[in-house]
Design a protein around this ligand. Structure first.
Ligand code: UGA
Length: 430
């Protein structure tokens, strides 16, 4: 099939390159000319395992092209995915300027049937607005369809998530649109749910809101575990044995971050309010997530007492492992707070250092985990990169000023570290 993806950000690039890998002819479009010139040489603006290779291979096979022209996209492709950014506004609402702009430009360039698919994470009823916008700007009487096909990709595992999805959601209003999309995804052999556009949009909101709820639920439990001397990892494991609950998304830690959950929750709390429902549960999920960072800070204060003039070594800055994404990373608020209290902060992350430098100018960026430990009063782990699992703790202990480890992701075995002479503090475990 001939497909265009408008918006060559994270979602657009993964979707475009995976659809090319499945044998389609894909044109990825972006208004940023410089980005497009780089992409043509397989230079990608983000770190995502396997993505660079996938893009390079499909450029070579002539399955993947890049352009900055929406006109070209509309001319060449029957299916046009909208995957542009949908940033948050100050009031928590989503800025849909780019979606509207793309819809208008598609309409102005359309000369025959096109299926326009919203892929960006958008508020419910955006599909309706895209339809209205296209109808308003279209020049001739041409048939078109709008569909919602939300993505459930996780950063760091996006290619695998695309190729092996738990489900594919298709929100449509016509059989033609349904057939086109079902055919497109046929090679993936995945469960496909066909529904209407608004339900598809809500499935995306509900999924992210529910996953965030699971995380805040277990984080709230981690605080109780700390108070009564229980182990939150055991509690989560025991709960997860119940098939109705399951094991995933029950890792207590420093709270969720990233470009999705915080933004989506704000947006959905807002949307709910607009339609007349006060979603108190999600407000609490959000509050608990914020409090979790305080909880980590309290652990540091409990062990170091005064933060002024202390040196804190931090391992992991990205909002989760296998990404260089620093958006809403818990590390940023925690480190900024420590600096405000007068601490010096030494940091290391395997991928996110460049991006972190923009927000954390005053931190000392180190070349290795051991360099971070040098002269630090304690070691704080904020992101659970695999690289940190295999540290030489004898060396770590030698380099730290005091042998204290605060493990905000419960990465390590407390027994082993205590045996090695560390004072160890996890989240919700002694
Ligand atoms: C999330 C969803 O998992 C995807 O399905 C969705 O497509 C995506 O948002 C989106 O809307 O675009 P992502 O933000 O990449 O994906 O990352 P997750 O792996 O979901 O992790 C989100 C945050 O939750 C991270 O900060 C992570 O550290 C935290 N987390 C996750 C926990 O604290 N505990 C857990 O048990 C799981």
């Amino acid at each position: 099939m001939n497909i265009s993806i408008i918006g060559s950000g994270y979602v657009g690039l993964v979707t475009g390159s995976c659809l090319a890998e499945l044998g389609n002819n894909v044109l990825c479009v972006d208004k940023d000319d410089r980005k497009i010139e780089k992409l043509k040489k397989a230079e990608i603006p983000i770190y995502e395992p396997g993505l660079k290779e996938l893009i390079a291979r499909n450029i070579k096979n002539k399955k993947l092209l890049f352009s900055s022209s929406i006109k070209e996209a509309v001319k060449k492709s029957e299916i046009i995915f909208i995957a542009v950014g949908t940033p948050s506004l100050e009031n928590g609402e989503v800025d849909l300027t780019d979606v509207e702009d793309v819809a208008r430009n598609i309409a102005l360039n359309m000369t025959e049937y096109r299926l326009i698919v919203e892929k960006s994470t958008v508020p419910v009823e955006t599909g309706e607005w895209v339809k209205r916008t296209i109808s308003a700007y279209i020049k001739q009487k041409i048939k078109f369809d709008v569909a919602s096909n939300p993505e459930f990709l996780r950063e760091g595992q996006a290619i695998n998530d695309f190729m092996h999805p738990d489900r594919i959601i298709i929100g449509v209003e016509s059989k033609k649109a349904k057939d086109i999309l079902a055919n497109l995804y046929k090679p993936l052999n995945a469960a496909i749910l066909v529904t209407n556009i608004k339900s598809a949009e809500l499935i995306k909101h509900a999924s992210n809101a529910f996953l965030a709820t699971k995380i805040s639920f277990i984080n709230a439990f981690s605080q109780i575990c700390d108070k009564v001397g229980a182990d939150v990892k055991e509690v989560a494991f025991g709960m997860g044995l119940d098939k109705r609950i399951g094991h995933s998304f029950l890792d207590a830690g420093a709270g969720y971050g990233g470009s999705c959950f915080p933004k989506d929750l704000d947006a959905f709390i807002n949307i709910s309010k607009k339609v007349g429902y006060d979603f108190r549960l999600l407000k609490a999920v959000k509050d608990i997530n914020e409090e979790q960072k305080e909880f980590i800070l309290k652990k540091i204060r409990d062990v170091l007492w005064m933060l002024k003039d202390k040196t804190i070594g931090v391992l992991g800055l990205a909002f989760k492992p296998d990404t260089d994404d620093m958006r809403n990373a818990p590390a940023v608020s925690i480190i900024k707070y420590l600096q405000k209290e007068g601490s010096r902060v030494r940091v290391y992350d395997p991928q996110a250092m460049e991006k972190a430098k923009i927000e954390l100018m005053d931190a000392k960026f180190c070349d290795s985990p051991y360099e971070v430990c040098k002269g630090s009063d304690c070691l704080l782990i904020i992101t659970e990169w695999n690289e940190f699992k295999e540290l030489d703790f004898v060396k770590v202990k030698k380099m730290l000023k005091r042998p204290i480890i605060i493990d905000a992701r419960n990465m390590y075995d407390p027994g082993i570290l205590k045996k090695l002479g560390f004072q160890y503090m996890g989240v919700g475990r002694l």
